[in-house]
Write a new protein. Structure first.
Length: 169
């Protein structure tokens, strides 16, 4: 395992996130993983920060609203089948972790686990969230919400970032 400066992995992580990464959230006994493709990693309020978007209609939303953290696991090996499944099936009806054969691994600094595969793992504590107000969204992006199912944006301070690309955990 190699600890990393989160800002140093932005190009590699964002290249994969555009194809898909795994967002894991846990609140009490409720745990779910979903695929994300919209996110950013940067520097806000003097801290390394990751922003993720979750639609209110998603099962994950119900969990993250009761949590104070999340993890993102960015695969550096082919996980396209698992990403597709976790992005199209609801955790309210499926145990996506079991059905995809994903293995969880304890995080270093948060309670929510990461997905065990060679990749980049970010552990984040939620410091701010904001529901998208469609009145503030420019016209050219409104087509992304044909069902008016807007995202909530979560800002997670990155409290741990590491790579397992040279070894299987």
């Amino acid at each position: 395992m190699h600890n990393l400066d989160a800002l140093s992995i932005v190009p590699k992580a964002m290249e994969q996130i555009k194809k898909g990464a795994f967002l894991t959230v846990q609140a009490g006994d409720n745990l779910n993983v979903m695929t994300i493709g919209w996110a950013s990693i940067g520097f806000v309020w003097g801290r390394q920060m990751m922003t993720i978007l979750v639609r209110k209609s998603r099962y994950t939303f119900k969990i993250i609203e009761r949590s104070s953290e999340f993890t993102v696991s960015v695969p550096l090996v082919d996980k396209s089948k698992e990403l597709d499944y976790c992005g199209t099936q609801s955790g309210s009806h499926h145990d996506k972790i079991k059905e995809c054969g994903l293995e969880l691994f304890p995080s270093q600094k948060v309670h929510t686990p990461v997905i065990n595969f060679p990749g980049i793992h970010l552990e984040c504590k939620i410091v701010f969230k904001s529901a998208i107000n469609p009145d503030n969204l420019i016209e050219e992006y409104r087509h992304l919400y044909p069902k008016l199912d807007y995202h909530t944006i979560y800002y997670g301070e990155i409290v741990s970032c590491y790579s397992t690309m040279d070894e299987k955990r």
